[in-house]
Design a binder for this molecule. Sequence first.
Ligand code: HEC
Ligand code: HEC
Ligand code: HEC
Ligand code: HEC
Ligand code: HEC
Length: 482
Amino acid sequence: MRHQWISRIGSRFGGQLLKYGVVTGLAALVTVGALALLLNILERKREAQNPFFRVVELTDETTDPAVWGKNFPIQYDSYKRTVDQVRTRYGGSEALPRTPTQADPRSVVAQSKLEEDPRLKTLWAGYAFALDTREDRGHAYMLEDATFTGRQARPQPGACLNCHSSVYTAYKKLGDGDIMKGFERFNALPFAEARKLVEHPVACIDCHDPETMQLRITRPAFIEGIRQLKAREGIPDYDVNRMATRQEMRTYVCAQCHVEYYFKGESKRLTFPWTHGIKIEEILAYYDEHGVKDWNHAETGAPVLKVQHPEFELWSQGIHARSGVSCADCHMPYQRVGAFKVSDHHVRSPMLNVHRACQTCHPWPEDELKARVHAIQDRTHQLRDRALDALMDLIADIRAAREAGLDERGLQEALDYHRKAQFYIDFIEAENSTGFHAPEEAARILAEAIDFCRRGQTALRKLATSGGPTTAALARDEANDL
Ligand code: HEC
Ligand code: HEC
Ligand code: HEC
Ligand code: HEC
Ligand code: HEC
């Protein structure tokens, strides 16, 4: 109808009017655009002012978040809500009651991953993770969960607390004001000693400059890791606190902890394996180059690695990272409180907050958004199941070959595939978004893992048919030994 009407007018008054119409339309668009921009600027200005009342003076020694909360009650209130435990299909956490004991006073814990999937006990056989591994829960619990996890049955280093506490002032004290020196001394302490130096889970001072409230990086391991990563990308002498954009900082503050790591050498220096990059094969190349293993697998003897929470690394391979969407955009979305727009400090699963976490950018209905996430997660989870089954088969076959009398040297190729497959599967298992942070990359990694298992089994079959390692393989090993 409308279309017909326009074309009728068009033909009656001819091109003249049409041109006039286009010009008026354009002018109107420009006006609307300018107005929108103006409104936007005004809004930004008001947000930038975001006045707060300095009730108390905050210094670079103020660790207690309750004190900061006097100046910033809205952020503090939402920060405190990280005690909430709500389960989503694959994330969040259940609040399981338990009877406190002297050794472990916790009366509520998150559900056990080992009970959810007993294959994980085989995956981690011989390592502390096979004793106790649970779902992650809110930041409020980080200090007690690290202190009382069943993994403490094996001695754990103080370096754990780099990511499980508000450690910034402890570094300063230990290092006489120099956080790098403090960091080194802190890492070398046994857990119980380091534990005495910290009091709170991650707190305001760990992410904010007390004077300007700007975001800042306080963790030396990230300062060093990101410098190496940027150097590889052709940016020398990267100083994250000086050179990162505000949008990057909205991811980097989280990437201080939500990354794969290891403790390097006797000094237990917390280290991010990023000199070759942060894609999975680049991380494994680093570990291979430095001869790093976490333990020898109890069933096969393979020198294997435990992957831990590579959220930053997986996110980096996804469409949201590519589009400049930060961790905080989804996990700390803005909320309107009165006249202000504040960041939700109740860091949690965005599935519990789709309205603010996603709908600001995607005009899709809430159910549709959830369905898209679930579709990705269901597929990732099914693929992970297949990959775990494949690995269980490889582990059983290597064990059988060992029982049949084959030694390390004969098994070398299969053990190497075990190390690789285990690393790839654990990368997705330990990453906490069940594929959402980078769906295609998660699928690629699991597909490659299944292929590694297949190759490992093929290597064993070759041994079985030839009655032992081939002479060529032995000669090669001999040459390598020299
Ligand atoms: C585009 C939105 C988005 C971005 C950006 C994003 N995440 Fe997520 N994240 C999700 C979704 C969705 C889940 C799945 C939650 C679930 O299953 O309940 C998730 C899950 C998680 C979980 C597990 C949460 C739980 O409840 O168990 C962690 C931890 C996490 N993300 C950290 C990060 C970090 C760190 C970054 C930045 C490096 C990041 N995320 C970037 C959307 C995002
Ligand atoms: C680089 C930072 C970092 C270091 C170092 C670190 N953690 Fe964690 N830890 C995390 C993050 C992030 C989570 C939440 C995500 C997850 O559970 O995968 C977590 C979760 C946990 C949990 C709860 C989930 C579970 O596995 O039961 C425990 C317990 C834990 N860590 C213990 C430790 C211990 C013990 C050490 C020292 C060996 C340690 N952590 C070292 C970052 C770290
Ligand atoms: C100091 C280290 C540290 C920093 C910094 C940090 N996290 Fe965490 N995060 C953890 C640990 C440890 C846990 C698990 C605590 C537990 O299970 O006891 C965790 C848990 C989570 C969870 C799971 C919450 C739930 O209810 O299941 C999410 C989501 C998350 N973090 C996202 C983020 C985001 C986003 C940022 C940046 C804004 C961030 N974290 C910064 C260490 C950190
Ligand atoms: C894990 C890191 C982290 C911790 C811990 C943290 N914040 Fe934030 N905070 C952020 C991020 C990310 C932003 C968004 C900053 C930006 O966009 O520039 C933010 C923003 C703010 C702002 C600016 C206004 C706003 O809401 O966007 C204030 C004020 C603030 N936080 C106060 C606090 C207080 C008070 C605490 C302690 C109770 C705290 N923060 C703990 C990460 C953190
Ligand atoms: C700050 C903006 C922003 C936020 C917040 C955000 N997204 Fe996105 N999302 C994007 C952009 C940009 C893309 C890239 C595709 C595009 O340009 O439309 C994208 C793509 C996607 C895609 C399609 C991926 C593909 O391969 O086609 C899905 C699904 C998605 N987002 C879901 C979510 C969910 C769920 C949340 C909340 C947990 C969320 N997004 C939060 C900006 C955002």
